[in-house]
Design a protein around this ligand. Structure first.
Ligand code: NAD
Length: 486
């Protein structure tokens, strides 16, 4: 049985009280690893190690030296690519191609992109007049925030964790990372990379455990944490924000979504079907940017529903290394129960089930895994639970619309505001709609095209702040103004 340890001050260690929890395979529900749970004393040790590291060798490196080390981290991830792919497949049960094309390369890129960004960031400088005529020079330097608490989810574990650790380290901070209890492996592996590259001890620490009354909460409540960056559910973000209020710690939150896909009748039909299909079902629907509400203009509504149904019914499930498998299982028994709870609610609320609604037949060796069918509904009112709440499974609801104003008002009638996709060949219409939909990210005739230099984040209850490019640098640094009389 694989043993997964915390990584504190450059060493892999068990928790002081020896507590462990099981990591189960999403494919079979069998226990595949035992993970050391960090208690309050271990979290304290990790945070203090991170604080000491700030004042040590790491804090004295020049930007160029830090950048060199982070390039080394990216190169070492690439050298151990297969180890990361394997670990992420074991943790998530998702297909190899998702790991090799997206999750792991993006992890390496997160170190390079922000190393480049910090090298090129300008700083402001103003000449001031003074009453005696000598003048003064006012300029700003960027300093690291300090020790950053990083709390990440399970749905794209390595990509989302490094999206925070990359810029935090590039800016000269030190970090204590609490990965999801569901996906402990790749974050732990990153500890080996940090040691191999020569990142000083204490700069990168990993503590394992759960949220409330466990490592997550202990981390957010620790008084020596200077800032918290979190990706996960909105209600978890609310709890973390309350903890961060003590001590006035800054937060950056990337939270849930209930994203609308808007398909106009003049869209390239096949491209729109393909885009909505991918955005609803990729990663078995476990993508914050996924589309769970689809609005299709009335003249093509029936044809669109039929085409999407065909695509959903052709989905094949299987093990990560099964070349015929499109998708894997949901992450956990608990999440499967939650998604199936929504499937049952759809029936109770009067939805028409276009396809799916249950669990697929799987071979005996995978029968206990967390599989659910891709599911499509129609005919629910906008007030239905299914249309309002984030499900985070392979499913979507479709509704016909007539006018631009009508669809904008339906897209905006939701507490979340993460992303939207607009499908049309009328670019004037696309730009008009994009400007009025209340979200942080809009894709036109595309989905999930990401340039890491651009702003990423949600409006309304989908987040606080923006990350990516200079926006990450803003969060992970503090500007210090210095005024010198000439
Ligand atoms: P979650 O909120 O349950 O857990 C996320 C992390 O927070 C885990 O590491 C968990 O252990 C920790 N945690 C839970 N309670 C805590 C507490 N009280 N204090 C401190 N830490 C705590 O989320 P999840 O189920 O892992 O992830 C799915 C959610 O993440 C979905 O809502 C999805 O939309 C969202 N998400 C958002 C983005 C984005 O960029 N906006 C990206 C990916 C996922």
């Amino acid at each position: 049985m694989q043993q997964v340890k915390n990584f504190i001050n450059g060493e892999f260690v068990d928790g002081a009280d020896g507590k462990k929890f099981d990591k189960r395979s999403p494919l079979t529900n069998c226990v595949i690893a035992q993970v050391s749970e960090a208690g309050i004393a271990d979290v304290d040790k990790a945070v203090r190690a991170a604080r000491t590291a700030l004042q040590g060798e790491w804090g004295r490196l020049t930007t160029e030296q830090r950048v060199g080390l982070l390039y080394g981290v990216a190169d070492e991830i690439t050298r151990r690519f297969e180890d990361f792919v394997e670990a992420e497949m074991v943790d998530t049960g998702q297909p190899r191609h998702v790991m090799t094309h997206a999750f792991i390369p993006r992890g390496a890129a997160n170190f390079k992109v922000f190393a480049d960004a910090i090298k090129n960031v300008p700083s402001e400088s103003f000449q001031m007049a003074t009453p005696d005529g000598r003048g003064a020079l006012n300029y700003a330097i960027r300093v690291p925030k300090g020790v950053v608490g990083v709390i990440s989810p399970w749905n794209a574990p390595f990509l989302l964790m490094t999206w925070k650790v990359g810029p935090a380290l590039a800016c000269g901070n030190t970090v204590v990372v609490k990965p999801s209890e569901e996906t402990p492996l790749t974050t732990t592996l990153l500890g080996e990379v940090m040691n191999a590259v020569g990142i000083p001890k204490g700069v990168f620490n990993v503590i394992h455990g759960f949220g409330p009354n466990s490592a997550g909460e202990f981390l957010t409540q620790h008084p020596l944490i200077d800032a918290i960056t979190f990706t996960g559910e909105t209600r978890t973000g609310t709890a973390i924000m309350k903890a961060a209020a003590d001590g006035m710690r800054d937060v950056s939150f990337e939270l849930g979504g209930k994203n609308a896909g808007i398909v106009f009748a003049d869209a390239d039909f096949d491209e729109a079907v393909d885009g909505i299909f991918r955005s609803a079902f990729l990663n078995t629907g476990q993508v914050c940017l996924g589309t769970e509400r689809v609005y299709v203009q009335r003249p093509i509504f029936e044809r669109f529903v039929a085409a999407l149904k065909l695509r959903a019914e052709a989905v094949k499930f299987g093990r990560p290394d099964d070349k015929n498998a499109d998708y894997g299982p949901l992450i956990s028994a608990e999440h499967k129960q939650k998604v199936l709870g929504y499937y049952a609610k759809a029936v109770a609320e009067g939805a028409t089930i276009v396809t799916g609604g249950g669990v697929p037949n799987m071979p005996a060796d995978l029968a206990d895994g967390h599989w659910v069918q891709p599911t499509i509904w129609t005919d629910l009112p906008e007030t239905a639970t299914l249309v309002r709440e984030e499900i985070f499974g392979p499913c979507c609801h479709l509704r016909a619309f007539d006018s631009e104003d009508e669809v904008i008002s339906m897209a905006n009638a939701n507490d979340y505001g993460l992303s939207t996709t607009i499908w049309t060949t009328n670019l004037a219409c696309a730009h008009r709609v994009a400007a009025r939909v209340e979200v942080g990210i809009t894709w036109i005739n595309s989905w999930f095209l990401r340039d890491l230099r651009t702003a990423f984040g949600g409006s309304k209850q989908s987040g606080i702040g923006r990350e990516g490019g200079v926006h990450s640098l803003e969060f992970y640094t503090e500007t210090r103004n210095i005024c010198v009389k000439l």
